[in-house]
Design a protein around this ligand. Structure first.
Ligand code: F6P
Length: 323
């Protein structure tokens, strides 16, 4: 029996809309179960420096609709060393924290997995990343909001693209995953998507050209995943220029990480926050909370980190049929 009395909560890695809703859910579910809650500021950095403060139901009121994370986030190099993790562990002991909820992406869970094994410490993860690239969960907190931001931006680009009959390349985030690009393209009615999971970007480009983009006659929007594999929108633009096209490039950038979370992200974050506390009380450790077919599931960190989440390639066909 772990007999958890105080939990710590942190957000780490890139922020994602809905992280605040998750912090709120974790805090309130913990307090409902008579646990104390402490916020660890700036992710693993705060664990390392001891930036840890009690929070309660009131601290997390009026945050469900805000993007970002009220407890800040950071990427921490010290936590990658055994000495850094030892200091982090000492801080947890000092603060009487006996269970952790970490909200973030695969980097966050990699750190949690190593630390959890090293110190036999109960840790539960909540997937918060706009990239949606975590194995074992259909979706991650922030993905839906980012997707909506993308389609709002593309709708606006389409107005000017069609007025001027221009070709636009719109670069979206996702690190090395194409979920945002592919579904963003379908949802905005774009003509094509170039994603890292299809490693032959030349072919994707060629297929798009064959598919009916007539030089300077039609307007067209191609959504491109940021990634070294695709070369990003600038890389594709250079290739298109060599073929005689005059593409316009828009890189959406960090606008995709901000904004008020959608209803889907708020509900997902609320469900996952409650599930994380239930899992800790149920003596689960080193697992990520996921959602599969609308049911909460528990995924060992090792599985979530190691396995690649495949994109549904059929969605590329859907995009092609409809464009
Ligand atoms: O993982 C989320 C993400 O937004 C990726 O899509 C992107 O590649 C990366 O973070 C950018 O990170 P940073 O804000 O640290 O440059």
């Amino acid at each position: 029996m772990y007999n958890i009395k105080t939990i710590g909560v942190l957000t780490s890695g890139g922020d994602a809309p809905g992280m605040n809703a998750a912090i709120r859910a974790v805090t309130r579910a913990a307090m409902y179960n008579n646990l104390q809650v402490k916020a660890i500021y700036r992710g693993y950095k705060g664990l390392f420096t001891g930036e840890i403060y009690p929070i309660d139901n009131e601290t997390v009121s009026n945050i469900i609709h805000h993007g970002g994370t009220i407890i800040k986030t950071a990427r921490c190099v010290e936590f990658r060393t055994p000495e850094g993790r030892k200091q982090a562990y000492d801080n947890l002991v000092k603060e009487n924290i006996d269970g952790l909820v970490v909200i973030g992406g695969d980097g966050t869970f990699t750190g949690a997995s190593v630390f959890g094994m090293e110190y036999n410490f109960p840790i539960v993860g909540i997937p918060g990343t706009i990239d949606n690239d975590l194995y074992g969960t259909d979706t991650t907190i922030g993905y839906d909001t980012a997707l909506n931001t993308i389609i709002q931006a593309i709708d606006k680009i389409r107005d000017t693209a069609s007025s001027h009959e221009r070709l636009f390349l719109v670069e979206v985030m996702g690190r090395d995953a194409g979920f945002l690009a592919l579904n963003g393209a379908i949802a905005s009615g774009a003509e094509a998507a170039i994603i890292p999971e299809i490693k032959t970007e030349e072919d994707q480009l060629e297929a798009f050209i064959q598919h009916g983009f007539h030089k300077s006659k039609n307007s067209s929007i191609v959504v491109v995943s940021e990634s070294e594999i695709t070369g990003g929108a600038m890389g594709i633009a250079n290739k298109l220029k060599e073929k005689g096209y005059t593409p316009h490039v828009t890189i959406l950038g960090h606008i995709q990480r901000g904004g008020s979370p959608t209803a889907n992200d708020r509900i997902l974050a609320s469900r996952m926050g409650v599930a994380a506390i239930e899992a800790l009380l149920d003596e689960q450790r080193c697992i990520m909370i996921g959602i599969v077919n609308n049911e909460i599931v528990h995924v060992p960190f090792k599985k979530a980190i190691k396995n690649e989440k495949p994109v549904n390639k059929y969605l590329l066909d859907v995009l092609n049929f409809l464009s």
